[in-house]
Design a protein around this ligand. Sequence first.
Ligand SMILES: Cc1ncc(COP(=O)(O)O)c(C=O)c1O
Length: 419
Amino acid sequence: MIGFQRDGAALACDGVPLDRIASAEGTPLYVYSSATIAARYRAIDEAFAGYPHRIHYALKANSTLAIARLLRGLGSSADANSGGEIEVAILAGFTPAQIVFTGVGKTSGELAQAVALGVRSINVESEGEIARLDAIARERGVRTSVAIRVNPDVDAKTHPHISTGLRTNKFGIPASDVPDICRRAQFMDGIQIVGLHAHIGSQITDLAPLANAARALVTLARELRDKGTTIEHLDIGGGLGVSYDGEPVPGPVDYANAVLPILRESGLAIVLEPGRHIIAPAGALLTRVVDVKDAGVRPTTLEPRAFVVMDAGMTELIRPMLYDAFHRIEPVVRTGAPLVCADVVGPLCESSDTLGRDRMVPRPQVGELYAVLDAGAYGAVMSSNYNRRLFPAEVLVENGAWRVIRRRQKLQDLLALES
Ligand SMILES: Cc1ncc(COP(=O)(O)O)c(C=O)c1O
């Protein structure tokens, strides 16, 4: 049994009961299934097996060291989005040649760090950044490999806050500007343009935009080749979505079927940067009920409503507040209590601190354990210390046992930074 599944009434991770883990480690707690991570990584790798490809796991989705190491062990390379993620990638054992560096606002310090390490490719976002990078590389007497992040002006049809491929988004260089920029870059001694990159957004469940972005890259690569710039790879970014509500969504094979026929025409190797698709369903946030409050009645049915106050909220999982994201929220051990319509809320001093609205749950008891599912991506990495709350612990379940991969933060950890 892999992933989060019920063994009778009780929810387990890779067969290990979640209530046992929470009793030992406390809550709020992130729990990850290593078997799920491995299966989902391999599913992508196998879907693209017939074509030269490299998977650069997007560390931004979840960069806890043990997770990064696990993915490296599976054969993944890494996509880093900051100097910090580059450091983490190196600590996790990725070689510089396995790292691509993306980011809309790379500082000169971060660019110098990437140049000094000799990362595989720096995905550049503007002509200004190319000039800065050229200067940094020349100063060091090296030529740095660059991929141009193209803004293909494609609507990813996802939540606007995670849409990155439209002309109105801050990301990348408009496709029409790229040939001239490449022509000018040919005269720069610090720059070698090796690739084109596009990442149009996240949680994409309609494959047409991903195919359109791939087509834009192939068309541009052909145009560049005709004008004398030889491209070695096309980086098609991440973005493949997951099902948060249990409804079917396209998987890696559908994705490969949608983009490979287009990419094949280029004859170029491809880079993929999946994050969410690998790690979201591999993680759950465990949280306990701290209070149950009367919330009046449902206007339509006059049934009683409740606020179920949890010990986790926007400081542990901000996706529902930031993107109106839906996560399934389930009691870890099913009770026979009558169902009640509840707003499942966090403890923070914000009304937006709501994990789920209008959820039918068995009337909860204080102390009862709940799981917020599919929380492995953009969950723990987005934690904050607002209200002086402490980062939750994280555990990884492997081979029928678990280990703490990040200990719970202590107040002293926070105060150590202050005078
Ligand atoms: C450049 C880039 N690559 C890859 C990803 C990973 O996206 P996802 O987690 O949706 O696969 C992101 C996330 O937004 C990104 O900005």
